[in-house]
Structures are given as C-alpha cells and as structure tokens.
Design a protein. Structure first.
Ligand SMILES: [Zn+2]
Length: 305
C-alpha cells in the first residue's frame, strides 16, 4: 500500500461524538447514601481522569466534557488539565439534580451557577449542556427555553432509553435542530440502535461489542464517566458505624457499576480503529451542513414533530 493511500483512509474515517460526564462517583454515591461528609473531594477522581486523558491521547481523540459544577469546585486543577489537553468544556449543571425534580427557576439557578464555575475554571463559556441522568423529559419542555436564553447552542440530554421516565417521543437518532419560540437549539442525542440504547452506560458495558459496533453511525454520541476508567474497583468507603441496610445498598451500587467496566477502554480502542472520536465543537460545522436544513418542534404532548 502506498503511503498516500493510508493517509486518505485515515482522514476518511467517519466521526463519532465523544462525551464525558465529569463527576465524582464517590461523592454522588455518598450523597445518595445520606452520609454527612459526602461533599468532600475523593482522590479516585484524579486517578480516573488521568487514565481517561491518557487513553484519549493514545487514540488521538477529543471529547466534550460535561463538567459538574460541584465537582469542578473541588478539582479545578483537573479541569484545567482537561482543557489544556484539547477537550471542550461543557455544562452538566451544578448539583446533579434531575431537571424534572426542579422548578424552572431552580433549574435556571443551577445552570447559571454551573456555567459560571466552568467559565471561571476554564476561561471558556460552555455552549453545550447535558442534564443529569438525561432528565429533560415531557414534563420539562421549558428547560430548552431556559438553555437557549442562557446562551447555550446545543443540548445533549436525550437518550431514548427505557430507564428514563416520560422521555420525549419520536426522538431521532441523529442530530437535529429544535425549533423554539425565539431561536433554535441543536440536540445531539445519545446513540441508539432501534430500541437499544448503545451510547454508553450499562448497555455499552454489557451488550456484545459486535452489537454496539453494528449500530454506530456517523455523529452518533457516545458517553462515559471517569469512573469507568479507574484501575481499581469502585467501592464506597463507609464509616465504621453504618446500618446493615446502608452497607447492602452501597454494595449493590458498586456491583452494578463494576459489571463489565473493564471492557470500556478496550471497546473504545476497537471503535477508534473505525471512527474518529471528536468533540462537539469540532463537529458543529459539519453537522450544521448535513442536518441544518430541517428543524423539529416539540408538541404539547412532548412528541417531536
Ligand atoms: Zn451525571
């Protein structure tokens, strides 16, 4: 094979949109367990993030990092490092509260606070947003208007997964432009293949790799978390005197997140042989050109038309 042929083949690889929800698993689990000291930084995040950044360097990949405000507040040096290594800072809200459990005013305040923390830490105003647990649904169509008013250009909170309650209907599996009252907002939905959510999380860890690869197409969104790249098993550290019930809950949360976790890095390496892994800001122009001609609107029933 001639050298020139190789270059053409490499540059012609289709792109996947790579996203990371940057949050501290230990912090969120300790909060869920109701432990009083949950709001402290855990050193595992540093190890996880460096493993992830090294893997992305190895794969020559760029990612959009949806940064959780309360995690940024504890780990500014890590966030600086993420941006220094060429990744896009984006917004994952401040306190990891589900959107459908907030009023519009609470949601706005949470996003404003998060965007400020991200801008302060990175010097860049985030223009992409992802809701905690993909929680923009039929009950919260107002969330899109809030995001557009705050200057966001893109949302990536849609994942057509049965685990998400009251999710929006007729969701496309490709990027689309959502028409709002005064403007529009890009939506980059997380990858699905027919009824299968294949963009990340437990499906990505537990489905056969062949099935995931068969369903991927250009500009599909993948999403991961730093904890999926930890070299050590995930286990909530509990204080000595906790109830048996709490201990069992902590064990269950760890078991679920550990299942198949070691596969994530090797699967990502495999996928990177076929696809370029790019951040959202690297793909906006191409996506606009390919998908910009048609807009969708959200009906009062919460279905895209
Ligand atoms: Zn999250």
């Amino acid at each position: 094979m001639q050298a020139g042929t190789t270059v053409v083949a490499v540059s012609a690889r289709p792109a996947l949109l790579l996203s990371i929800d940057f949050e501290d698993w230990h912090q969120l689990v300790h909060r869920r367990l109701g432990l009083p000291d949950w709001d402290r930084p855990y050193e595992a995040l540093e190890r996880e993030t460096h493993a992830l950044l090294d893997l992305l360097d190895e794969l020559r990949a760029s990612a959009t990092f949806f940064l959780l405000g309360m995690t940024v507040a504890h780990h500014r040096e890590l966030v600086t490092e993420i941006v220094r290594r060429g990744h896009e800072p984006a917004c994952h809200g401040y306190a990891h509260a589900r959107v459908y459990e907030q009023t519009p005013e609470e949601f706005r305040a949470d996003v404003v606070r998060a965007a400020e923390v991200v801008e302060e830490a990175t010097g860049r105003r985030p223009i992409a947003y992802r809701a905690p647990a993909f929680s923009i649904n039929r009950r919260t169509p107002w969330a899109y208007d809030v995001l557009a008013e705050l200057g966001f250009r893109c949302d990536s909170s849609q994942y057509d997964s049965p685990r998400i309650p009251d999710r929006i209907g007729a969701m496309p599996d490709q990027p689309y432009r959502l028409e709002l009252a005064d403007t529009d907002l890009w939506e980059f939905p997380v990858a699905t293949w027919g009824p299968l959510p294949i963009g990340g999380g437990s499906y990505w860890r537990l489905l056969p790799a062949r099935m995931i690869e068969a369903g991927l197409r250009e500009f599909a969104v993948l999403y991961f978390h730093p904890y999926e790249f930890d070299s050590q098993p995930l286990r909530a550290e509990l204080p000595p005197k906790v109830t048996r019930q709490l201990r069992l809950t902590a064990a269950r949360l760890g078991t679920w997140r550990n299942a198949g976790r070691a596969l994530v890095a090797s699967r990502l390496r495999r996928v990177a042989r076929t696809y370029r892994l790019v951040s959202y800001d690297q793909a906006y122009d191409d996506i606009h050109r390919l998908y910009g001609a048609r807009t969708r609107a959200l009906s009062p029933e919460g279905v895209l038309v």
